[in-house]
Ligand binder design. Structure first.
Ligand code: UGA
Length: 466
């Protein structure tokens, strides 16, 4: 079957609107008025790029996903998905005929009307954003644009970056009538990225002041997703993204600081979080005290926003404090473990959780992994387990990754919950007690039912829980 549209097969009526039925790549689609199948290039096949590509293919578009990582592209072309993200594999398989994976834009860029940039934006040593991958996308695009493209940036970039992308493309000789630049940051959470994209609470669009047409291109691309649009300037959209992540990280550090105070007054921080969360002005989310935030976004984005503020001589007091709390959270729990268990170097600790949060295999800036690394310095034996994530560091003789929970907790003096996977919440605590040597359950994510644990004769310690 070719990949062109084979004429209109008939007409159906949707919401009193006559919609042509078309056959496209062996799929029968109906196109509401004004909606067409678009040819889209997604550059970058990480969490954001793959999720975006799969969702846009599901919405009916033809999507080419480009990544310079040869191995990743080979995997994708062999039906292997390089990351674990619930539902992603199924969605890619379902839309395999409408997705291509390639190393180079050549052969794809000509036909694309939309290009979506989803490459990584790592940090420089000082915390500011390294735009080297964005830069190389600009180089790749500038030599290949020969018909009109709407260039959409989804990568998280500091305010001013999309303006800079526009200027760079002009400087490299791309005629202004052949492109426009749009900022469309993503708000996907790893572990629920597909759901978050289909059920976005908002779609943020940043446009250049004289851009009359990009909004309708983006709306057409997302038709099928019903979300309110926030339309602002390029800088405005970039700021919304940073401010969102900074605010969420602030909530986490706030509750972690409150947990420290609760502990001193024998107050359970979970009760305090419940009380706070019921106030609609505050809301219940992101008030779970624990080992602190991690992942590929919050640590990097807060630092980047801090540097952005400093570059304009603005002192980012709150952003600094948020990071200070987060950076010291693990030390507190290592100190607490030392106080709870005498002779730590001769103990065996089962650490449950390696990923930075549940439902992902991602260990980037994982507090759980950092905890394992720092705890291992004490010389104790660590048996780590995670349902999906692998330990990066294989060089510590006292750290062993086990393949089941039971293997990890066998003969352990203490079980330490470092990531709040559902599997750990569902553990049978009587069985755990039988397998362990000691009785201490350290719930560093406040995710367990304390009573259930204690009923089995185990000693429960949480975060700021009196
Ligand atoms: C975050 C944002 O939630 C997304 O909206 C955003 O799109 C994404 O960053 C991004 O910029 O790409 P994500 O990094 O996937 O998503 O993870 P979160 O669910 O936000 O969790 C971040 C960290 O905070 C995790 O380590 C988690 O364990 C921790 N956390 C979260 C807490 O310690 N307490 C909480 O109450 C909530």
């Amino acid at each position: 079957m070719g990949d062109s549209i084979h004429g209109v097969l008939g007409i159906c009526h949707v919401a009193n609107q006559a919609c042509p039925l078309i056959c496209y790549k062996s799929r029968i689609l109906f196109l509401p008025k004004g909606v067409s199948v678009m040819n889209i290039c997604v550059i970058g096949a990480g969490y954001v790029g793959l999720t975006t590509a799969a969702v846009l293919a599901e919405l009916g578009h033809e999507v080419n996903c480009i990544d310079q990582d040869k191995h990743k592209i080979e995997m994708l072309n062999n039906g292997e998905i390089p990351i674990y993200e619930p539902g992603l594999k199924e969605l890619i398989y379902k839309n395999y005929n409408y997705l291509t994976f390639a190393e180079s834009l050549d052969g794809y860029i000509k036909r694309a009307s939309v290009v979506i940039i989803c490459v990584g934006t790592p940090s420089w040593e000082d915390g500011s954003t390294n735009l080297c991958y964005i830069n190389s996308v600009i180089d790749d695009l500038s030599s290949r644009i020969n018909s009109y493209k709407t260039i959409i940036t989804k990568s998280t970039v500091p305010p001013g970056t999309n303006e800079w992308i526009y200027t760079k493309l002009l400087e490299k000789g791309v005629p202004p009538q052949l492109f426009n630049v749009v900022s469309n940051p993503e708000f996907l959470r790893e572990g629920s990225a597909i759901h978050d994209m289909f059920h976005a609470d908002k779609i943020v669009i940043g446009l250049r002041p004289d851009d009359q047409q990009s909004l309708s291109v983006v709306q057409e691309m997302y038709s099928g997703i019903s979300s309110p649009y926030i339309v602002t300037s390029l800088n405005g959209a970039e700021m919304i993204k940073y401010a969102s992540n900074a605010f969420l990280a602030t909530k986490i550090s706030f509750i972690n600081e409150i947990a420290r105070i609760c502990e001193a007054f024998h107050v359970d921080v979970s009760d305090v979080a419940k009380g706070l969360g019921l106030d609609p002005r505050i809301g219940p989310q992101f008030l779970q005290a624990g080992l602190g935030y991690g992942g590929s976004c919050f640590p990097k984005d807060i630092k980047s926003l801090e540097q952005t503020a400093l570059s304009k001589n603005i002192q980012p007091h709150i952003l600094r404090a948020v990071q200070t709390v987060n950076d010291t959270q693990i030390d507190i729990y290592i100190r607490k473990l030392r106080l709870t268990l005498d002779d730590l170097p001769n103990r065996k600790i089962a650490v449950l959780g390696i990923a930075f949060k549940p439902n992902t295999d991602d260990t980037r800036y994982s507090p759980a992994e950092r905890f394992i690394r720092e705890l291992s310095e004490s010389g104790c034996i660590i048996h780590a387990y995670d349902p999906k994530a692998k330990l990066d560091d294989h060089h510590r003789p006292n750290v062993i990754q086990k393949t089941t929970v039971n293997e990890a907790i066998h003969e352990a003096d203490c079980v330490f919950i470092a990531t709040d996977w559902e599997e750990f919440k569902q553990l049978n605590w009587s069985e755990v007690k039988q397998l362990m040597k000691g009785t201490i359950i350290f719930d560093a994510r406040n995710c367990l039912n304390r009573e259930k644990v204690e009923q089995c004769g185990l000693h429960y310690i949480g975060v700021g829980r009196g």
